[in-house]
Design a protein around this ligand. Structure first.
Ligand code: URA
Length: 231
């Protein structure tokens, strides 16, 4: 692994701070200062930052209550990234597990564990994602039947997998799906001639944002049991 990445993955600092510190000779590998951020190192080497041993940290799993107006991308010309809701040193190396649109709110997972993220998002793992959907037009009983059967989406070869549907009132449904296709929920209701006016994800697997009472814009670590249950 590159020396700068090693420092970042230990949580010692951000990538840019690591590169500055390395160039200034504040980082030693096996007792020798190394001033090249791209130098290759391994965890068997003794790496010290300002004289303190750097210990790699384990994988990270975070749950964030996403506010509207934030994008699920590292950078965007028009909106802040959800990553800016985390302290700078915690952002490095994290990726977003199953994106939400800029106007969608709710439960968002972040991790640096690619295999886990794949297990949470891959449809064959059947991890439920529940959305509270507010609609422009009332949802008919026929619409609910079609959602439960699976809907053909424009441009997709396969219809959507059968969804779980609960009607809260004429314009509001709880929709549970196991896939995460591009704009899936909005496209499902678009295919029914309706329009989503507000979308909130309240559950992923056994995680329940309402039970969590996590304020909007805040995040917390998942417990080892939560990580294991999801992935
Ligand atoms: N489906 C959508 O259309 N948007 C989201 O943000 C999530 C699921």
């Amino acid at each position: 692994m590159r020396l700068d990445r090693f420092l970042v993955s230990s949580g010692a600092c951000s990538r840019s701070e690591a590169q500055r510190a390395i160039r200034r000779g504040r980082v030693r590998v096996d007792g020798e200062p190394v001033r090249e951020p791209a130098a290759k190192v391994s965890s068997t080497q003794a790496i010290c930052f300002d004289g303190q041993p750097v210990v790699p940290r384990g994988p990270r799993y975070l749950l964030l209550h996403k506010p509207a107006g934030y994008v699920c991308a590292a950078r965007d010309d028009h909106h802040p990234s959800v990553l800016t809701l985390l302290p700078a040193a915690d952002r490095e190396g994290l990726h977003i597990v199953g994106r939400l649109d800029v106007d969608t709110t709710g439960l968002l997972l972040l991790t640096d564990d690619g295999a886990w993220s794949h297990r949470v998002t891959a449809p064959r793992h059947r991890c439920d994602k529940r959305y509270r959907v507010a609609l422009a037009e009332p949802a008919s009983t026929a619409d609910i039947v079609r959602l439960r059967e699976g809907i053909a989406l424009h441009g997709d070869e396969q219809p959507t997998l059968p969804a779980g549907v609960e009607r809260l009132d004429a314009h509001t449904l709880l929709l549970t799906i196991q896939e995460g296709r591009y704009h899936q929920v909005k496209r499902m209701f678009g295919a029914l001639g309706n329009r989503v006016v507000a979308l909130h994800r309240d559950r992923v697997g056994g995680l329940d944002l309402d039970a969590d009472a996590l304020p909007v814009g805040e995040f917390r670590k998942l417990s080892p049991a939560e990580v294991a249950a999801l992935g």
